[in-house]
Structures are given as structure tokens and as C-alpha cells.
Design a protein around this ligand. Structure first.
Ligand SMILES: Nc1ncnc2c1ncn2[C@@H]1O[C@H](COP(=O)(O)OP(=O)(O)O)[C@@H](O)[C@H]1O
Ligand SMILES: [Mg+2]
Length: 393
């Protein structure tokens, strides 16, 4: 572990960095931590600060506790690559606040919600990515628009056994997912195999591995599922299972990164692919999933020409979906990642979007994603200055 990830020693105070002319100051907002000072992906924060420096922007990390907008200076942290240390210091008030609070539980705390509300209303400051999404809201938002409806699998809240019964009449594979889940935790699949003695096959993915149960009746199936959802204490959705395209019997899906650019419009930063690990019901890298190239995978399944069409459909869908999500979320968004599936016929499906994207390991996507944060911040800064001039006049 190097100092970018550890609770690095604070060896000295940051010297006051100068504020570049005509450029916004960016604060990366996270939550304070008693031991390591602040939470979140330190590598990511360090990369962002460094990219800012290269492009002539001042960026620093600030905690919910320390971001006091009424003051002229803000206590924050910056990273010094030469010595691999995080350094504490005072920084100028930010123009743009990029919310990277890493966990839902933290974002739900009353003091955090209050602070986010204050920032969003504060004149002279623009906040983006105000909150996490949940899978049920996403579905409802995307179901409202004709343009996005074709991309979403049929989805219901899993509130009673009848939901399961009716969904299983229409789909022989279902995905059951916690609405606030991540990294595959708590995901289950149900498969019906009517010809079998035990016709319901339930697969449950836990923190470490996945287990399979076979049930003779819907009643027994429901009881097993209920025990699992109760144990997690999270509401669930039941979703039409998509037969994902696969290569060598390993299904894959696409991960798109969509960000706003220097004109404030959504643009696709990049698209990657994740191939499922053996015997995993999801494609997450920590579960044996692997990164691969979307184009290569699609060509091997569909041939060159059809692969190009599918990829174009995925790129186009990602933008349409992002616009609809932002419109419905009623908050300013600057970026999101998306999990998209491609079925065996080449149709593109939306699984989820995340307003706190994990870093993409593909170098070309990574670099661009960091730059875009500053390009979009520059756009927001332009808007701030316009309103200011507007009020002076
Ligand atoms: N309806 C579905 N049909 C087929 N595969 C799915 C479906 N929903 C999810 N998956 C698979 O499971 C993975 C994880 O699902 P996702 O909704 O992204 O939950 P998480 O928040 O845990 O990442 C997806 O990337 C995809 O590979
Ligand atoms: Mg996911």
C-alpha cells in the first residue's frame, strides 16, 4: 500500500496555492473520518488533484465537517506525489463542489444531508452529483419516457409472493436485487425448469460466494427468498433476466462512463466490458470478472458488421438514458457510470447507473474521465460568472 491509499501522515501544512485566473476552484467533497481524516478512494482523489495541477486548476479534498461556506478559507487536503503524502492546509473557497461521499449510509446522515442542501443553495457555488441513485427510482424514471423504455427489463418491487408468481409466468429467468445494492451483494437469480422434479432453481450471491437451492413449490421458493431479503433488511426489485451474450460460456456486459463536457452536454467518455467469472451470476471484477474490449467481444459473438451496430446502439442508449435520469432526478449531475447488457440477439439493456462511478481501469477512459471533471467545472464556472454579471447589470 502506498501513501495515496494509507492514512498518510500530515507532515506539514500545504503552502497556499495560487488561484489560477479565469479558472474554477474544485472541492472534492467527502466525509470526515476519525482515524484516517477522510474517507473515499484516495487514489482517485490524488489522480484528480494531479490532473488539475497539470491542466492549471486548483482542486482539493474537503470533508463535510470542514466545508464552511461562510468563511473565506476552507480547511482541506492536497496530495504531494513527490513525497507521497497528504497535506492539510487552507484553500480558497470552491466554485464547484464534486460530491464523492463514498457510502450511502454516510450520505443519509442528517448533518450530511443538511450540508448538501446548504451547498446546493449557496450563491457562487455549483454542486454536482448530489446523491446516490437507487435501482427502483431509476427504473421508474426510465419507464416514464418512450425514448428510454425499450432499454429497461421489466421490473417490479418484490413485496409479495404474487409478484414472483406473475413475473415467473412471463420470464423463465429473474434477477432479484436489493434496490440500494452494489458490487453484486445480495443478488439472487431464479430460474424455472418446469420439466424437473424441483422446478425452481434459486442462486444467491453473498459477500464471498454463491449458493444454489432447488425448490419444489413457489411457496418454498418464496420462503427462501424472504429469509434472504429479511436478513439483508433491504427492499428488493424483481427483474426480467436477460440472456446475456457470452464468449466461451462466460456472459459479459458493458460499462459506460457518461460525463458532461465543456459545453455542459452529456458525452460518452468511454465504454468497457466485463466478462463474468466462472459460476458467478454477475460480472463484477472482485468476483472473478475480467476487463475486456467491447468491440472484440461483440465481433466474436455477432460478426463485424452487427457488432458495430450493437456498439452504436449502446453508445446512443447511454446518452439518452443519462439525459432522462438527470431530468427525473431533479439534481445537477456531471457524470454517471452505467451497466448495460447485450442479449443474444444484440439488443441493449439497462441494468443500473451509478452517480459515484468507480474508477475505470482502461487507461484511455481513465485519463479522459479525469480531464472531463475539469472541463465540466469550467463550464459551471462560466455559468456562475454569467449570473454574477447579470445581477450587477
Ligand atoms: N436483469 C438482469 N439480467 C441479466 N443480468 C443481470 C440483470 N441484472 C443484473 N445482471 C447482472 O448482474 C450484474 C450486477 O447487477 P447490477 O444491477 O449492476 O447490481 P450491482 O449494484 O450489485 O452492481 C450486472 O452487471 C449484470 O451482469
Ligand atoms: Mg452494477
Amino acid at each position: 500500500m502506498n501513501a495515496a491509499t494509507s492514512s498518510a501522515p500530515l507532515t506539514e501544512s500545504a503552502k497556499t496555492e495560487s488561484v489560477p485566473e479565469g479558472k474554477p476552484v474544485l472541492a472534492i467533497l467527502t466525509i470526515d473520518d476519525d482515524i484516517q481524516l477522510f474517507r473515499g478512494n484516495r487514489h482517485n482523489f490524488a489522480d484528480l488533484i494531479e490532473t488539475g495541477r497539470e491542466l492549471g486548476y486548483l482542486a482539493y479534498v474537503v470533508t463535510v465537517r470542514n466545508l464552511k461556506l461562510g468563511r473565506s478559507r476552507v480547511l482541506g487536503y492536497t496530495y504531494r506525489r513527490e513525497r507521497e503524502v497528504w497535506v492539510k492546509g487552507y484553500f480558497p473557497k470552491p466554485h464547484v463542489v464534486y460530491n464523492r461521499i463514498p457510502q450511502r449510509e454516510d450520505e443519509r446522515l442528517p448533518r450530511v444531508r443538511k450540508k448538501l442542501m446548504l451547498i446546493s443553495k449557496y450563491p457562487g457555488v455549483k454542486l454536482f452529483n448530489r446523491r446516490f441513485f437507487n435501482k427502483w427510482s431509476l427504473f421508474q424514471w426510465l419507464n416514464k419516457s418512450k425514448a428510454t423504455r425499450p432499454y429497461i427489463p421489466e421490473t417490479k418491487r418484490l413485496t409479495e409472493p404474487q409478484v414472483l408468481t406473475s413475473m415467473l409466468k412471463r420470464h423463465s429467468l429473474l434477477y432479484l436485487k436489493p434496490i440500494r445494492g452494489k458490487a453484486g451483494v445480495g443478488i439472487m437469480t431464479v430460474k424455472t425448469q418446469p420439466e424437473k422434479h424441483l422446478p425452481y432453481r434459486l442462486q444467491i450471491q453473498n459477500e464471498k460466494r454463491s449458493r444454489t437451492y432447488r425448490c419444489s413449490t413457489l411457496q418454498k421458493l418464496w420462503e427462501r427468498i424472504k429469509a434472504q431479503t429479511d436478513a439483508l433488511g433491504e427492499p428488493y426489485i424483481a427483474q426480467q433476466g436477460i440472456a446475456l451474450a457470452s464468449v466461451n460460456d462466460r456472459p459479459f456486459d458493458l460499462r459506460a462512463l457518461v460525463q458532461k463536457n465543456e459545453t455542459g452536454n452529456w458525452e460518452l467518455t468511454g465504454i468497457g466490458a466485463r466478462v463474468a467469472g466462472n459460476a458467478s451470476i454477475t460480472t463484477h471484477v472482485p468476483r472473478g470478472g475480467e476487463i475486456d474490449e467491447p468491440e472484440k467481444l461483440l465481433v466474436s459473438v455477432f460478426g463485424r458488421e452487427r457488432a458495430q451496430q450493437v456498439l452504436a446502439q449502446a453508445r446512443n442508449a447511454a446518452l439518452i438514458l443519462a439525459r432522462q435520469i438527470e431530468r427525473s432526478s431533479k439534481h445537477r449531475l456531471g457524470e454517471m457510470s452505467m451497466d448495460l447488457g447485450v442479449d443474444t440477439t444484440g439488443h441493449v439493456w439497462f441494468f443500473e447507473a451509478n452517480s459515484k462511478p468507480m474508477k475505470f481501469d482502461e487507461p484511455h477512459i481513465r485519463r479522459k474521465s479525469l480531464e472531463r471533471i475539469f472541463q465540466y467545472s469550467q463550464y459551471l464556472y462560466g455559468r456562475l460568472r454569467q449570473t454574477k454579471e447579470g445581477t450587477v447589470r
